[in-house]
Structure formats: C-alpha cells, structure tokens
Design a protein around this ligand. Sequence first.
Ligand code: C2E
Ligand code: MG
Ligand code: MG
Ligand code: MG
Length: 274
Amino acid sequence: SITEQGGGRISSLSAQSHKVLNRRSIIDKKMLTALDHKNLQVVYQPKLDIASGKVLVYEALVRWEDKELGQISPDELIPIAEENGLINAIGAYVIEEAAKFAVTLMNEKPDIKISVNTSVREFSNSSEMKEKLTSILRETGCPANKIQLEITEKFAFQAEQERAIIRQMKELQDTGIRFILDDFGTGYASFRYMQNLPISKVKIDKIFIQSLLTMPKTRQLVEGMILFGKSMGLYVIAEGVETEEQFVALKEMGIDAVQGYYIGVPMKQSDIIQ
Ligand code: C2E
Ligand code: MG
Ligand code: MG
Ligand code: MG
C-alpha cells in the first residue's frame, strides 16, 4: 500500500492504479453533496414467491450516476461509504425511500414488502440502527413488517461485536422487522451465522446460480443448501436467476422464491407503479 511505501513512492504506482485511486478519492469527495442533493437513487428488483406465483417483495438497490464519473455501482460506493462514515446516512436514505414506497403500495398491493441491504457498520453503534429505523417508520407511517433487512454473509465481524449485533437484531425482530441472510454460501461462517443470528430467510448467492446447470457439483450444492435452509425453518431465495432453465431447475428443487433478470431487472419506483 501507499503508506507502507511512503509518500515519496506514489509516483512509482502504475498509471492504472493512479486512475483507480483518483476515482476513489473523487467519489469520496462528492458523496456528501450527492446525498444532500438527493442525487442517489433507489431502484427495486422483484422477488417472485413460488407458492403464490406473486411478487411479494422488492429489493431496494442504491444507484448513483454522476456527470463526471458515470455510473457508480454499489459495490464501488458502499466500501467507500463504510470508510468515510457516510454509510449510516446512505442507509437511512435508502430505508426512508423504501418505507415511502411501501406506504405508496399499501392500498393497492397490501401484500408487498420491501427489503433493504444493510452494512454491518450500521450496527456498530449499539442503538443507531434501531433509532434510525424507528424514527423513519414513524415519520413515513410505514408498518415495521413492511421492511425486511438483508445482511450480507460476506462480512466477518469480531467476536466481541457479535453479541451486540445479535442483540440489536433481536430488538428489531421484536418490533416486526425480519432479516434475510444475503449472499448465502460465500461468507466466512455460514453455519455459525445460521446458528446464532435471528434470520427468517436465506438468499443463495448468484455465483451458485450461474453455474447451476453447467457444474454437477453446483447442482448438488444448491440442492443441499435448499434442503438445509428449509430444515432450519427458513424461507429460501435464489438470486441471479437469468434463464428459464435455471428457474425450472430451482423450482423442481423446492426453492421458495427467485430473483434475477429472468424475473425482472431493478426498476424505478414509477415504472413499477405503472
Ligand atoms: P446483493 O444484495 O446481493 O444484490 C444483488 C446484485 O445482483 C445487485 O447488484 C443486482 O442488480 C444484481 N443482479 C440482480 N439480478 C441479477 C441477475 O440475474 N444476474 C446478475 N449477474 N446480477 C443480478 P447491485 O445493485 O450492483 O448491488 C451490488 C451489491 O451492493 C448488493 O448485492 C448489495 O450487497 C450492495 N448494495 C446495493 N444497494 C445497497 C444499499 O442500499 N446499502 C448497502 N449497504 N448495500 C447495498
Ligand atoms: Mg441483497
Ligand atoms: Mg444478494
Ligand atoms: Mg449478492
């Protein structure tokens, strides 16, 4: 890293690394203004519930398009926000948008819920997430059971953090919020998380769905994950479903819900209402 090499060696970085660092620091600098000016958008991707044949949940995904930088994907944006501390504000913004959307849908589509991705950093302060959620729900008039929180399995939290996080999750669960374990199968401690965290659903990561029909081992793995999830009493979702063949195979394996370009791409709120 730069710090290890000392400031004087920065010039030895390749032109490519310079570009990446430069883009990163511009994103970092522009983020607060973008947030203040509501230049961040939220799009929604449907999840199809197999038993009812209906879309019952939409997942909120943050988007940022900047004139100079072009599209900034969440995979680029979120890690920078985690570092510069804006992740809590971004999280609050996305939850607020999602809650307003849930309220908009409430009369015509009373079954629909919205899921929101969260970062483990949002749980690092003992009560921040709960306070944030409670006040947003109160202000928007959104019932707690309309919002589900996705927590990614890709992060590892420190052992001492774990109890505090579980406690917060349980408190939120008591208010009616449900948790989805996202990116299932890719994390550091899948089974431990399933043992300890109060989750209601698991979402099998798209890397497994992409090779579902081409690698025999993947098929066994996914079958196993579905059986395992169900035996734990969880609702099992597959993400990244892009083809009819994948959809049919997952249905045969007993999946509870599917999400992916085959079902629907992430859309603006106005397009969904239409
Ligand atoms: P994720 O929660 O696992 O979301 C799934 C990602 O896969 C999304 O990318 C989605 O657009 C994309 N996707 C959906 N269907 C398909 C498909 O059929 N094929 C393929 N190849 N991809 C598909 P996106 O929107 O770029 O988000 C990336 C990740 O960034 C998300 O992964 C999530 O972990 C994170 N993220 C997104 N929005 C937020 C947010 O508001 N807050 C936080 N903390 N994280 C967010
Ligand atoms: Mg997600
Ligand atoms: Mg996911
Ligand atoms: Mg994922």
